[in-house]
Design a protein around this ligand. Structure first.
Ligand SMILES: Cc1ncc(COP(=O)(O)O)c(C=O)c1O
Length: 370
């Protein structure tokens, strides 16, 4: 169906920055710069500077960033890694594919890992923790970093949904050994296909990540140091992402404005919980605008019927899929979140009129359903 309001609109976004994207395309194509060239280096430098780390290394996806981070952190068979029960499956898959065992922890009221439940999941085998900053809202990094210090754990941040978000003025992806980024098209910095990056302050880790992403080869000498992967970020994607990164500060401002718009239009609806956590330590970038209601499924159907495209992250928690062989230790909050949340259209392409339409449609639903 043709939606009145799309969840994201990549074609419209392209039109907004067509001149710059087309110029980047022409530069790459006319020079024939396809793999590991200047455009990638330039993007990596700009990304590191945006995040506030010394280095960035472009890879193929957020998953690759997490997987390489797990290998660089030394995770191996028998090691346990704390991950949230409420996240995208890739967070846990990166641990499993490095040889480790994910130990899941329930969500808190802000949908991120419940920091009060981390310590009870730690055992002698625990080596690392992956806080996932969901929806553009960071985890409580004061608590997480002090738990990590107390138990000598490595912190790898899954920051795939939070580029530009801060906690106490410090950016997501700059707290842990690495920050892991996804440039999947729906992300706040979305490419035209898959993409990802690792940010870090460690020169040792930066070198190893660069070798692992390119078959273990040191390009300067041609020597091989590891059995690696082929998962370097394409030069063309890097050139496009670099264009978009220049717009990111303005695009984040626009997201915050849309979030305020939603808040103003919806805050009096008693049956709705909005994603404004009112804690001054956090500056959110609203990768997703997640609302919560016990009437989620009916609201989802109503919005869809009225032309509003909605996503749900995630209807079924990943540990419920038996074939993944993950231990369900009982995660009541994650389960009610999976039944009650939905994400409203949130993108820089959306007009004020469209936001008003979404608000009006939600208000109509709650009038009808009382
Ligand atoms: C929280 C989280 N972690 C990891 C990933 C994986 O990123 P990618 O799809 O680029 O592999 C995503 C992307 O959907 C994500 O949202």
């Amino acid at each position: 169906m043709a939606y009145k309001v799309k969840f994201v609109d990549p074609a419209k976004n392209y039109k907004m920055i067509k001149k710059e994207i087309d110029a980047a395309y022409r530069e790459v194509m006319s020079k024939g710069d396809l793999i590991l060239r200047g455009q990638l280096k330039r993007f990596e430098e700009n990304l590191a500077s945006f995040v506030g780390t010394k280095y960035a290394a472009g890879v193929n996806s957020g998953y690759d960033a997490l997987h390489i981070s797990m290998i660089c952190a030394g995770i191996k068979q028998g090691d346990e890694v704390i991950v949230p029960a409420h996240t995208f499956v890739a967070t846990a898959s990166a641990v499993v594919n490095a040889g480790g065992t994910p130990v899941l922890v329930d969500a808190g009221k802000d949908y991120n890992i419940d920091v009060n439940k981390i310590e009870e999941a730690i055992t002698e085998k625990t080596k690392a923790i992956i806080p996932v900053h969901l929806n553009g809202h960071m985890c409580d990094m004061d608590t997480i970093m002090s738990i990590a210090k107390k138990y000598n754990l490595i912190v790898v941040e899954d920051a795939c949904q939070s580029l530009g978000a801060t906690f106490c003025g410090k950016k997501a992806g700059s707290f842990g050994l690495t920050g892991c980024w996804s440039f999947y098209p729906f992300k706040i910095l979305g490419g035209y296909g898959d993409g990802g990056a690792i940010t870090t302050d460690s020169p040792k880790l930066e070198r190893k990540a660069r070798l692992l992403r390119y078959n273990g080869e040191d390009k300067a000498t041609g020597e091989y140091f590891y059995h690696g992967f082929t998962c370097v970020l394409d030069n063309l994607q890097a050139a496009f992402l670099d264009v978009k990164l220049r717009h990111l500060p303005d695009w984040i401002k626009r997201r915050k404005k849309i979030a305020e718009f939603y808040k103003k239009g919806l805050k009096d609806i008693k049956e709705l919980q909005l994603p404004h956590f009112e804690d001054k330590r956090f500056d959110d970038v609203f990768q997703n605008y997640v609302i919560r209601t016990s009437k989620r499924d009916e609201l989802y159907d109503y919005l869809k019927k009225n032309g509003v495209e909605i996503l749900i992250h995630w209807r079924i928690p990943y540990y419920c899929y038996k074939d993944l062989k993950l231990k369900d230790r009982g995660f009541p909050e994650t389960e009610s979140v999976s039944r009650e949340v939905l994400s409203l259209p949130m993108n820089v392409e959306i007009t004020d009129k469209q936001v008003e339409y979404v608000i009006k449609t939600i208000r109509d639903f709650f009038k009808k359903s009382v």
